[in-house]
Design a protein around this ligand. Sequence first.
Ligand SMILES: NC(=O)c1ccc[n+]([C@@H]2O[C@H](COP(=O)([O-])OP(=O)(O)OC[C@H]3O[C@@H](n4cnc5c(N)ncnc54)[C@H](OP(=O)(O)O)[C@@H]3O)[C@@H](O)[C@H]2O)c1
Length: 237
Amino acid sequence: MKVAVLGTGGGARAHIAKLVELGHEVHVGTRDPQATLARTEPDMMGTPPFKQFLADHPGIELHTFGDAAAASDGLVINGIDGHNAVAALSAIADRLAGKTLIDYAVPYIYNPDIERPWPTPWGVNPILDPCDSDSLGEQIQRALPRTKVVKAFVTQEQATVVDPQAIGGGDHTMFVAGEDDDTKQQVTDLLKEYGWTDVLDLGSLIAARAMEMYAHMHGAIGIALGFGTHFGIKVVR
Ligand SMILES: NC(=O)c1ccc[n+]([C@@H]2O[C@H](COP(=O)([O-])OP(=O)(O)OC[C@H]3O[C@@H](n4cnc5c(N)ncnc54)[C@H](OP(=O)(O)O)[C@@H]3O)[C@@H](O)[C@H]2O)c1
């Protein structure tokens, strides 16, 4: 497949590397390819410059977000940071028309004026917006009526998403949600390629609210286990 990955952050890189390993043609989107390649410092999360990642993963093509989406033959993964995703995707709506968009972004807002006290090492936690009565996945679907949006990946660690066997022998659960069954099957097929055996369809995209709100629970479990401890979640039934 020709798959587009929109984003150059840590989550996007996990998908890019795995898709290349699986033999897919990967087109990566960024705001400004020249600016991205000119970066020499790690980002605020300590992620190394993308140019270094490209050198370690030859054969990947870097484009603008729109050109990457247009190069896909059907599947696009959204790895644009949650706060900016709707605006960035709306701007390339024509080039996403008719395609499947897998969204894994968390609508976190990092802002010291509204972050809430939380027992993280840095003492606060970002807020989720939208939350409870709407979700980023639904906002993206409303902004892109000609694109079929599936929410997935977001409840597992980014390294685990592309390598479920890395913990618990792979015996844990991945969720998908969206309006179209064929599209969710397309995403499930990709997840099987990644190695997932337990994919639970949560139904319509309204379930994206629950998947995104799990971000706080994911953080709480991570704090309880100690940062750096890898874990997944399993629905036992
Ligand atoms: N397991 C999971 O599903 C999982 C794991 C980790 C994170 N997440 C969530 O997934 C999303 C992406 O995470 P990530 O770590 O891969 O990347 P990230 O660092 O959160 O975001 C990086 C991407 O966002 C783009 N971006 C930043 N500001 C922008 C703006 N103003 N307009 C347009 N684009 C902008 C950047 O563009 P440039 O390339 O131009 O710099 C870059 O491609 C986040 O919401 C994160 O919380 C999910």
